[in-house]
Design a protein around this ligand. Structure first.
Ligand SMILES: [Mg+2]
Length: 269
């Protein structure tokens, strides 16, 4: 027992001496705690700044979805990695699933008339079809929109479906809604758009409305409102509307219920 105590004592003494020798080498240069904590402080700062950017970009994305932002052309530069992670990770898909699920619940609860005038309006890009393969190559919205480049992508008719939207689409058709597709794409792109929709699994829509020459240059909110006004004048009842932009949903002849799909990559006024 005594020898154990002696061992402990010697250990403490030798530790103190070795500790002392560190101090004696350095205490007149920098105070010891600062030397020992320096690397950890940098790490903490880096971690905190990462958390800070994450927090700010989450607030920014919330403001996008709540339509609280002034018109914007690109995502904030510091949110590039954040948006990429959101789009490629589980967040985007989970948010999409939630929107379609809620829309489906609502659709099931609606009592339809027998006259075939109850309709559901769907936008196309980032609502039925995903242009994520294009945006992967264009910085997830950190580059200013290039309509020439984007049209080349549209011409390929290769956009995959948004699966949760395809499910909702089939559900509302089965329930007896008529489906109208209302897109900002040009009438010139009708052929490739039909091909792409069919290849992606979308069928049996009642109308596909694209921008005619006289619609070019109109803000999306106005163009889409005018088209919905026409539907209302023809006696259709717009009971549901799905779109990734507020300009798909706001304006006149708005739907009884509107469903906003997530899209932090671009803004269309
Ligand atoms: Mg869209």
């Amino acid at each position: 027992m005594n020898s154990f105590r002696l061992f402990l004592f010697l250990s403490v003494v030798s530790f103190s001496f070795s500790d002392e020798s560190v101090i004696s080498h350095s205490h007149h240069i920098l105070p010891r705690p600062l030397i020992l904590e320096y690397p950890e402080t940098i790490e903490t700062q880096l971690r905190n700044s990462g958390e800070e950017i994450d927090l700010e970009c989450t607030s920014w994305r919330f403001a996008v979805e709540a339509n609280n932002l002034s018109p914007w052309k690109t995502i904030p530069q510091e949110c590039g990695d954040y948006v990429k992670e959101y789009m490629m990770g589980r967040g985007y898909r989970s948010d999409l699933d939630r929107v379609s699920k809620e829309a489906g619940e609502y659709a099931k609860g609606v009592e339809l008339n027998e006259d075939g005038k109850d309709i559901w309006v769907f936008d196309i890009d980032e609502t039925l079809l995903s242009n994520l393969p294009y945006y992967i190559d264009h910085g997830y919205g950190s580059e200013v929109f290039d309509s020439v480049e984007f049209d080349k992508w549209v011409e390929k008719a290769m956009a995959p479906p948004i699966d949760s939207s395809l499910k909702l689409y089939d559900e509302v058709l089965k329930l007896g809604f008529k489906v109208f597709l209302l897109t900002g794409r040009s009438e010139k792109q009708r052929g490739v758009t039909v091909d792409n929709l069919i290849n992606a699994g979308f069928r049996d829509w009642d109308q596909l409305i694209l921008r005619a020459p006289e619609d070019h240059g109109k803000k999306a909110t106005l163009y889409k409102s005018e088209k919905r006004n026409d539907m209302a004048e023809e006696g259709y009842r717009i009971l549901g509307n799905s779109g990734d932009q507020w300009s798909d949903l706001l304006g006149s002849s708005v739907s009884i219920r509107s469903f906003k799909l997530p899209n932090p990559m671009y803004y269309i006024p």
